[in-house]
Write a protein that binds this ligand. Structure first.
Ligand code: FES
Length: 69
């Protein structure tokens, strides 16, 4: 098994872009397999495809989309 560096970058009022992960915690806490080099993880918790961003954050007021902390 090889270790791969995981990098993240938060998009303003949008998702967390995650590069290099092989799994990510789902809404129920169980690991969800990551099958792409980069995935967008929802930070507003309103996506219909959690843990992934589905674009719903675009319809929220600026600053309301992303949970702080
Ligand atoms: S951050 Fe995009 S739907 Fe939540």
């Amino acid at each position: 098994m090889s270790e791969q560096e995981v990098r993240t970058r938060a998009c303003p009022d949008g998702p967390l872009l995650v590069r290099g992960a092989t799994e990510w915690p789902g809404p129920d806490g169980e690991a969800v397999a990551v099958t792409r080099p980069v995935v967008a993880v929802c930070r507003c918790e309103r996506s219909q495809r959690l843990p992934w961003c589905d674009g719903t954050h675009r319809f929220l007021a600026p600053g309301a989309a992303v949970r702080q902390g």
